[in-house]
Design a protein around this ligand. Sequence first.
Ligand code: CMP
Length: 421
Amino acid sequence: MENSQINDYIQGKGIEDTIDEIIVELLKSKPSDPIPTILHILEAKNGNQTPELTEKEENELKSLQDRWKAINQGKELRKSQSSNSNSQIIFTVEESKKGQKDSPQDTDDSSSSSDESEPFTRESLLQAHKGFDKVPRSSVSAEAMGVFSKKKEFKKIVIPKSEVIKEKIKSRLKECFMFNNLDEEELGIVIDAMKEVKYKNETIIQQGDSGNTLYVLDSGKCHCFKLLEGEKRPSKLRDYIPGEAFGELALLYNAPRAASIKAIGECTLFALDRGTFTHIVKDASQKNREAYEEFFKSVDFFTQMDFYERVLLCDAVKKVKYIKGDRVIKEGDPGDSFYFLLSGTAIAKKLIDGKVKNVMSYNPGDYFGERALLTQEPRAATIQATSDTLVLAKLESRSFKRLLCDNEKVKLHLLKVINNL
Ligand SMILES: Nc1ncnc2c1ncn2[C@@H]1O[C@@H]2COP(=O)(O)O[C@H]2[C@H]1O
């Protein structure tokens, strides 16, 4: 067999991805005996062929199912759990149910009673016994993962496509914050590897599953649902419009899918494989997210945003630098960006009664430029750098509207701020 045939076979059959998945899972849970975990992953991949239960397990399953029925007939769950000598198993099975969740299709129907359905199935009991989900998922050290992932050579994937489709993908990627920092060559590699896929009212990503694909929406609409801690039904978190990407978290952190994504009507998406994402997009995206996350966590109103809203904000901002005396914003100009001050200082000057007066000073953690974007009026003041270097995170108007104004709490805060000016 030639090298290229070997590579094609290994990549085409997803063998590398499966081996990656096994190693990542073993590094996370570090079981003393790795074989049951390996078998469990392979069984799940092999179409969930569930092995038979032993007689003891059959009895346990029946007793759990009876108890569940009793709970549903009105007995108090807490009392029943605390008096149960097998409470550890019940907890584990409940936990594993979280990962299985209802299809998002059901989630719009609040009258559905699927939550009362039997959670104690053969599969969940076997999973609990194998202890696959019992071990808390700890993160794998960056070095350990780095050493492991560096061992493989990156092989470019080229999925044949017309120039028209290539151009279409390119313009979508340009809109998509996650790909902002790629140069032309890297962009070309990503475009070659992308595959057009279509979904109609189907679940594209299922919370709790393992994932190997990132998607960029080209047409149609998708909804994101998540089963939040302590809740019985998934909540709708956001919708996606063309030009937005999802499915990156599982690839960035080697974690199970954090939420479910469903196509609403017909959707066309461009799918990117894990290998290309890891080699071309991951580093820049991860660095960017890590660089800004601490900053956004420390700024007053961003603490009202959830973790993922802040993550999207990190993707969208671009760092810009000025030196002392530079003008960032000019009074009277139309507004096109919003700024966060990362380091250095700045002042706002305004023409009042024919004289230029200093009206505000800015320090790290402050922000400016929101007024013109919210009111569509010209810039109300000039902003100038007063420190040797001024470093700002710049958010363009489109992202400002999508990421900040779509969040009612943040929008209200900004409106209050400008009305006090
Ligand atoms: N609040 C959220 N928490 C987690 N994932 C989210 C959230 N909102 C949207 N998502 C997206 O849903 C995707 C589900 O698959 P991933 O975990 O790979 O990546 C996730 C994100 O792209």
